[in-house]
Ligand binder design. Structure first.
Ligand code: NOJ
Length: 450
């Protein structure tokens, strides 16, 4: 069966600066925490570094040409803070400004609306050296950067995103898998509090500047956890932790309901992790936004027995169930939760969704990516059902335009509609690129049924 999307639906693709641009040390760009972290031995799969990545710094014409081929009407990208302000604050790098001016000009010439993320994980290293998000001064540093962006691009961008997936800062400060590679939960919790304040202050600043037609929002990923065995106390506890303490709840509650949830506060208190807060912080954090961006990849089912088994196998050096089960139908329930539990009443965009292949599967399998098409069709089928339920979803961005630097998975995980040949930097359309072009052309999708 074919399902039809509304006439003005946004179909897009998404990328991020650190993952595609390369040109890491060209034209005065400063180092980001990912430039440094990726060079530490053993941190990134196969030792990948984002120095060249997809070389989009020099290939922006080709990137926009690919968007034309796909027929998308919006492009979600991010600004590189250390390309704009190499030291994080102070001197503005005009060459960095020129690069984004060119990208935006090309997008507009081709009728593609820019959706730009201010911060997508790549903090200038100079600021990390001053404590990064752990230092409350980050609010001032971030606002300085936001002001530079609004001065230069304010009216050019339709949708401004303050932060992409703030959880990455938790992973980088508490769990060590992401830059800057620290494992200090107290510092991480403080950092997240400051990050939320940066968001709130940026929204206030944006309102003051009163930029015609531009909108501002935030992107929070939701990996909703469910107990694999309902009523099993261990599974229930795992899901609660995954959602409220270490997942989306730590952001959605303060952003949309105000303050941290009782579950999170209790956890902070019991573990001596309560961040230092000031009067008025929670009011700042829950500034009304114009839209919400949902990054959705999968639903997760927690089973305490399986987890124990996995830990045992891992300890013994084995590999336990590499790829999680497909629970992409969860997107419908997640969208309901956003509206019903978190009372999100602004338009929602699916700001990311996609499916990875492994580089080790080989080029042929990567180009012939039927499985990606199947998974995305399924997501779009359930998304459409949620829209029929009355949820106001305005658009969908596929992650990603092309294979790129997938953080700690380096170049081993390939998410692109285009295959990136990292030797020649050529981009080759995969089967899914042709399929997506049909979706955007017809504004419809052949549904996926079990
Ligand atoms: C989330 C992130 O925003 C993006 O940077 C990442 O590459 C994709 N999801 C895939 O993991």
């Amino acid at each position: 069966m074919k399902i039809q999307f509304p006439d003005n639906f946004t179909w897009g693709v998404a990328t991020a600066a650190a993952q595609i641009e390369g040109g890491a040390f060209e034209d005065n760009r400063g180092a980001s925490i990912w430039d440094v972290f990726s060079r530490l031995p053993g941190k990134i799969k196969n030792g990948g570094i984002p120095e060249v990545a997809c070389d989009s710094y020099h290939r922006v014409e080709r990137d926009v040409e690919m968007m034309k081929e796909l027929g998308v009407n919006s492009y979600r990208f991010s600004f590189s803070w250390s390309r704009i302000l190499p030291d994080g604050t102070g001197q503005v790098n005009e060459k960095g400004i020129a690069y984004y001016k060119k990208l935006i000009r090309l997008l507009k010439e081709n009728g593609i609306r820019p959706n730009a993320t201010i911060y997508h994980w790549d903090l200038p290293y100079a600021l990390q050296m001053k404590g990064g998000f752990g230092n409350r001064e980050i609010i001032g540093w971030y606002l300085e950067y936001v002001n530079v962006l609004l001065d230069n691009f304010g009216e050019d961008i339709d949708l401004w995103v303050t932060f992409n997936e703030p959880i990455a800062t938790y992973v980088g400060y508490a769990q060590g898998f992401f830059a800057p590679g620290l494992t200090d939960e107290k510092y991480a919790r403080q950092a997240l509090h400051h990050l939320l304040l940066c968001h709130g202050e940026a929204v206030k600043l944006f309102r003051k500047r009163n930029i015609p037609d531009a909108k501002i929002g935030i992107v929070v990923d939701v990996w909703k956890h469910y107990p694999a065995r309902e009523g099993n106390p261990e599974d229930e506890a795992l899901a609660l932790t995954g959602n409220e303490i270490k997942g989306y709840g730590m952001f959605l509650h303060p952003l949309f309901l105000g303050g941290y949830s009782d579950v999170l506060m209790k956890y902070f208190e019991e573990n001596g992790l309560t961040p230092v807060m000031q009067e008025g912080d929670f009011e700042t954090i829950c500034q009304p936004v114009d839209f919400y961006g949902l990054n959705f990849y999968n639903g997760l089912y927690d089973n305490a027995d399986k987890l124990r088994e996995a830990e045992k196998v891992k300890k013994e050096g084995g590999n336990y169930q590499d790829r999680p089960e497909d629970h992409t139908e969860a997107i419908r329930d997640v969208l309901h939760m956003l509206v019903e539990k978190y009372r999100i009443q602004v338009p929602i965009y699916i700001s990311e969704n996609g499916f990875p292949f492994d580089d080790a599967d080989g080029k042929e399998a990567n180009l012939n990516d039927r499985k990606r098409i199947e998974v995305i069709r399924k997501v779009l089928t359930w998304l459409h059902k949620a829209m029929e339920d009355g949820i106001d979803v305005r658009g969908y961005y596929l992650w990603s335009l092309m294979d790129n630097f997938e953080w700690s998975a380096g170049y081993a995980a390939r998410y692109g509609l285009y295959y990136t040949d990292y030797e020649t930097l050529e981009r080759i359309p995969k089967k899914s690129a042709g399929w997506y072009a049909e979706v955007t052309r017809t504004n419809s999708v052949e549904t996926w049924e079990d």
